[in-house]
Design a protein around this ligand. Structure first.
Ligand code: HEM
Length: 130
């Protein structure tokens, strides 16, 4: 492979973690549905998955750094991951504080952001240097 060829593995890592993040967010809504329906054990699952989500978003952040260098990709996904991590931390905070009126719309916003990012990562094509 020529040295001008961009590396493929950084975008593969970004896609992997972006998809795991989206699945975890979908799972959060499913667990919420479970305990709202009266099955209280789902609240514990929702709490554990919420904390694990923060770790996965951190791994996504690491992957976006690798996409930038050595992957020679764009820089903004790094900022996106940092912002997503902060929003998810706020979500965990307002979840424990039981501010459900803010927690549910913020959960929907996190889902939209995560879904949009998965779409971008799958559509992303690396430019080959001349
Ligand atoms: C998107 C990521 C989400 C994260 C990180 C998150 C995190 C949390 C956490 C940490 C708690 C506290 C659990 C406990 O008290 O042990 C909580 C509570 C809760 N969450 Fe979420 N959540 C998310 C999404 C959602 C969604 C999408 C919904 C609803 C559709 C939802 C509904 C609730 C409800 C109803 C509570 C219980 C509040 C109470 O105990 O009165 N959450 N959440």
């Amino acid at each position: 492979m020529s040295t001008n060829q961009p590396r493929r593995w950084p975008i593969a890592l970004v896609r992997l973690f972006a998809i795991i993040v989206l699945l975890q967010v979908l799972l959060q809504a499913a667990f919420a549905g479970g305990f709202i329906s009266g099955e209280i054990t789902y609240l514990n699952a929702h709490s554990i998955n919420g904390s694990m989500l923060l770790m996965t978003v951190m791994l996504l952040g690491g992957a976006t750094i690798l996409l930038f260098r050595p992957g020679r990709g764009p820089w903004w996904p790094i900022l996106f991951s940092v912002a997503l991590w902060w929003v998810c931390s706020i979500q965990v905070g307002i979840g424990f504080a039981r501010l459900v009126g803010a927690h549910i719309p913020l959960g929907a916003a996190i889902m939209a952001l995560s879904g949009g990012f998965v779409w971008w990562s799958l559509a992303y094509r690396q430019r080959v240097a001349a």
